[in-house]
Design a protein around this ligand. Structure first.
Ligand code: M6R
Length: 615
C-alpha cells in the first residue's frame, strides 16, 4: 500500500531524507513515487511512474538540494493507472497546497462533481486530488493549513493518512492526519519527521508518537508536534520508544531481505520466547496484563481472526491451544468473519494475529468481536500499531522489522507466541501438569540449534537443488496433516507469492476427495510429515500419490516418508507441537530459491503489498 514520509530539517538536504524514507517504505508495494518540497516559500514537485530509481534520476539534477522541508510518497494505484499524472503529490488548481495520501476517499466522486461544478479543473484520475482542492479552497477562504486540513477532512468519508505542505505559510509547517492507515510523527535533534512506518523514523530518533484515528498533527522545526482532533480540540499523545535497531532495516550481506529474515529465525525464537519461559514453574510469564490465571480462567472459547500467513499461524494456534490447554478454538479469515454476522459464545476471547498490526480486515474483525462482547487480545510484531493500541492484551512478537513482502520470520514468531500462549493457558486452566509444562518449555529451548542446522550451507544447497529440479513443473500440491496441515498451506502461499506458480495446500487426508485427480509426473507433491501419531496416515497418503506417478518431495523428520520419496529434506526431530517451526524453514527456502532461479523480484513481488491497510 502507499507510503508517506515528510521532514523539516535544520540543515537542508530534505530531498535525500525523503528518498531514504521512501526506500525504506518500498516494501509496502508501489507503482510510482513523488516528492514536494518548499523552497523559498514555493512548492516544487517531482513525481514519476515506476520504481523509485526513476524519481531519483529526476532529482539527481540537484535542483531541489537546498530544500529544508518536504513530503514524499510511494503510490499503490487505486484510482487511475500508475502514471506520472496520477503519482502523488497532488495540488489544488492554484498550487497553494501539495498533498500525499494513503487510503481511499470513498465519496470522491460526489466531491469531485461538486468541485467541478464550482469550476475546478482536475489534473489526475485520483481520489486524492479531491482532497488537495478542498484544502486549497479552505486556504483561499483565509484558513491556515491545519484548519483547512481539518475542515476538508470533516467532509471526507473513507480512510486516509495524509501529509500536506502549503506555499508561503508563515513558518514552515507540515500538517498530517490519519484515519485508518498508520502514521507516526517524531521530533529529533535535527528536524521533525513523519512516516507511515517507524522504520523510516528510527534513523532520526527512536522516540515517536503514533497518531490515533481522527488525529491531525502540525509539525514545525524546534517544536514538539501539536496534535488535535478534527474538531480542533488539542490532545496529548504519548511518546513511545521504539527499540528496533536501524541496522535491522538493512539487508546486511544477504542479497534479499527475505533470505536475511529466514536466517534470522533462530534469533527470533530466542527473542520472542526465552525471557518469558519459567522453567521451574513449567510456565510462561508475558510480563504484561491480561494473562493471569484469573483472567484466563474466565475464557470459555477463543476466536482467532487473521489474514494470509498470520491466519496460518492462527490455524497452528488452534491445534496448540486445543491440544495443550483443552480450550475450544475457532479460526476465521478476518475478511469473512467481519461480514458473516458471527455469533460469539459467552466469555469469548477474540485473538487477532498480525505482523503489522495495521491489516484493515483484521482490525475490523477484532472491533466487531469487541462489539459482540468479546474480550480482545493480539499477537503482533509492531509496537504502537493500531492493533496493539486497541487490543486489551497483547503478546508482542520480537521478530524485528520484517521488510520482505513474503512473511517468514514474523510467522515463526507468531507460532512461537501461540505456543507460549497455549502453555500459559494450559497451566492457568490446570490442564497442563507442572511436569508436562517443564518438558514443553525445555523442548522450546532446544529448538534453536535445530533451526540453525536447517539454515546451514549443506541444508540450504539441498533445498536449492530441489528448487532447480522442480522449477519447470506444472503445479505444486502441499500436503500435511494435524498441526502440519497449516504448514502445507503456508508452503503453498510462499511459493505462489514470489515464484508465481500454481500451488495449493491441502490436508493430506482430504486429497482423495478431489485433488488426487491432479496427480501426474508433472505435479510436484510436497508432503510435510514429522514423527507423531499421524505420521503413518500421512505415509499412506504419500503412497497414494506415488501410485499415480506424482513426484514426491518429503519434508520432515519421518524417516519412512523420506525413504518413500523422490527428493527430500530431513528435518531434526522435535516434539510434534513444535514441528511446524522447523518444517516451515525448508518450505520458505524452496519458495525463495525457485523465485531466485526464475529471476523474480523476491522482496517486492508483483501486485502485493506488505501491509494491506485497505479492504
Ligand atoms: O501484517 P499482517 O500479518 O496482518 O498481514 C497479513 C497478510 O497480509 C500477510 O501475512 C500476507 O499474507 C503475506 N504477504 C504473506 O507472506
Amino acid at each position: 500500500m502507499c507510503g508517506i514520509v515528510g521532514a523539516i530539517q535544520r540543515n537542508g538536504g530534505v530531498v535525500e531524507t525523503l528518498l531514504q524514507g521512501l526506500r525504506l517504505l518500498e516494501y509496502r508495494g508501489y507503482d510510482s513515487a513523488g516528492v514536494a518540497v518548499l523552497e523559498a516559500g514555493a512548492i516544487k514537485i517531482r513525481r514519476k511512474a515506476g520504481r523509485l530509481e526513476r524519481l531519483e534520476q529526476v532529482l539527481s539534477d540537484g535542483s531541489l538540494d537546498n530544500a529544508r522541508a518536504g513530503i514524499g510518497h510511494t503510490r499503490w494505484a487505486t484510482h487511475g493507472p500508475p502514471s506520472d499524472e496520477n503519482a502523488h503529490p497532488h495540488t489544488d488548481q492554484e498550487g497553494r497546497v501539495a498533498l500525499v495520501h494513503n487510503g481511499v476517499v470513498e465519496n470522491w466522486a460526489e466531491l469531485r462533481a461538486e468541485l467541478e461544478a464550482a469550476g475546478v479543473r482536475f489534473a489526475s484520475d485520483t481520489d486524492t486530488e479531491v482532497l488537495a482542492h478542498l484544502v486549497g479552497r479552505e486556504m483561499a477562504r483565509g484558513q491556515d493549513l491545519a484548519s483547512a486540513v481539518r475542515a476538508s477532512l470533516a467532509r471526507v468519508r473513507g480512510y486516509y493518512a495524509i501529509a500536506a505542505v502549503a506555499q508561503g505559510e508563515q513558518g514552515v509547517r507540515i500538517v498530517c492526519a490519519r484515519s485508518g492507515p498508520p502514521l507516526a510523527v517524531a521530533a529529533g535533534p535535527d528536524g521533525v519527521y513523519l512516516a507511515s512506518d517507524v522504520l523510516a523514523l528510527i534513523a532520526h530518533t527512536r522516540d515517536v508518537i503514533f497518531l490515533e484515528d481522527g488525529d491531525v498533527a502540525e509539525l514545525e522545526l524546534g517544536h514538539a508536534p501539536i496534535v488535535t482532533r478534527i474538531d480542533g480540540t488539542r490532545v496529548d499523545r504519548p511518546t513511545r520508544r521504539v527499540e528496533w535497531d536501524p541496522e535491522q532495516a538493512g539487508k546486511g550481506s544477504f542479497p534479499h531481505f527475505m533470505l536475511k529474515e529466514i536466517h534470522e529465525q533462530p534469533d527470533v525464537l530466542a527473542r520472542t520466547a526465552f525471557d518469558r519461559l519459567r522453567l521451574d514453574k513449567g510456565d510462561v510469564d508475558f510480563g504484561v496484563p491480561g494473562f493471569t490465571d484469573h483472567e484466563l480462567r474466565a475464557v470459555d472459547r477463543l476466536q482467532i481472526v487473521a489474514c494470509g500467513t498470520a491466519l496460518h499461524a492462527g490455524w497452528i494456534a488452534r491445534y496448540l491451544i486445543e491440544g495443550l490447554a483443552r480450550l475450544p478454538v475457532d479460526v476465521d479469515y478476518a475478511s469473512e468473519f467481519r461480514y458473516r454476522d458471527p455469533v460469539l459464545a459467552h466469555n469469548t476471547l477474540a485473538l487477532a494475529i498480525s505482523q503489522s498490526g495495521e491489516t484493515a480486515d483484521t482490525l475490523a474483525a477484532l472491533r466487531l468481536a469487541k462489539t459482540l462482547g468479546a474480550r480482545t487480545a493480539a499477537i503482533c510484531n509492531v509496537v504502537g500499531s493500531t492493533l496493539v493500541r486497541e487490543a486489551q492484551a497483547t503478546i508482542l512478537t520480537h521478530a524485528g522489522p520484517e521488510i520482505g513482502v513474503a512473511s517468514t520470520k514474523a510467522f515463526v514468531a507468531q507460532v512461537v507466541a501461540a505456543f507460549l500462549f497455549a502453555v500459559r493457558l494450559g497451566r492457568a486452566r490446570g490442564v497442563l501438569s507442572l511436569e508436562r509444562g517443564r518438558e514443553l518449555v525445555s523442548e522450546l529451548r532446544l529448538l534453536r540449534p535445530k533451526m540453525e542446522s536447517l539454515l546451514g550451507e549443506r541444508a540450504v544447497s539441498e533445498v536449492r537443488a530441489i528448487a532447480q529440479k522442480n522449477q519447470g513443473q506444472k503445479g505444486f500440491l502441499f500436503l500435511g496433516r494435524g498441526i502440519n496441515y497449516p504448514i502445507a498451506l503456508e508452503g503453498a502461499l510462499k511459493l505462489k507469492e514470489i515464484s508465481y506458480v500454481h500451488a495449493e495446500g491441502y490436508p493430506a487426508g482430504e486429497m482423495k476427495h478431489g485433488p488426487i485427480a491432479l496427480i501426474e509426473p508433472a505435479m510436484s507433491i510436497l508432503v510435510v510429515n514429522s514423527a507423531g501419531p499421524l505420521a503413518e496416515k500421512v505415509r499412506s497418503n504419500l503412497e497414494q500419490v506415488r501410485a499415480r506417478g506424482g513426484h514426491v518431495i518429503a519434508i520432515g523428520s519421518d524417516k519412512e516418508s523420506i525413504a518413500q520419496s523422490d527428493e527430500h529434506v530431513l528435518v531434526p526431530e522435535c516434539s510434534e507441537w513444535l514441528s511446524p517451526i522447523l518444517n516451515v524453514i525448508p518450505l520458505q527456502l524452496v519458495a525463495y530459491h525457485m523465485a531466485d532461479l526464475k529471476g523474480f523480484d523476491i522482496d517486492k513481488p508483483r501486485n502485493l503489498a506488505k501491509s494491506v491497510t485497505v479492504e
